[in-house]
Design a protein around this ligand. Structure first.
Ligand SMILES: [Zn+2]
Length: 88
């Protein structure tokens, strides 16, 4: 069991969180026609990098999205920051 730090609620059990995506992923421009391959890539393809990663997570208890910086090899969480304001 792992403890994740919500920037709003503090340290909580990992079961209270849901992965929401990689930070910096760009949604296809819906002002133009988007083909199925581009949508599938956006929705399902992950870089799955080794080492330090920055991801968006949802804390299910408070319904807040935030950025979590963690090491994907050791699972150590380095930081968590709000998506509000200039936290990025
Ligand atoms: Zn929270």
């Amino acid at each position: 069991m792992q403890i994740f730090p919500c920037p709003f609620c503090g340290p909580r059990n990992e079961t209270e969180f849901h992965f929401a995506g990689e930070l910096g992923k760009v949604r296809p421009d819906t002002g133009k026609e988007v083909n199925a391959r581009d949508w599938a890539t956006y929705l399902y393809a992950q870089r799955n990098e080794k080492g330090l990663v920055r991801e968006v997570w949802l804390h299910l208890t408070c319904s807040e999205l935030f950025v979590m910086e963690r090491d994907s090899l050791t699972m150590d969480v380095r930081a968590s920051k709000s998506l509000r304001g200039d936290a990025l």
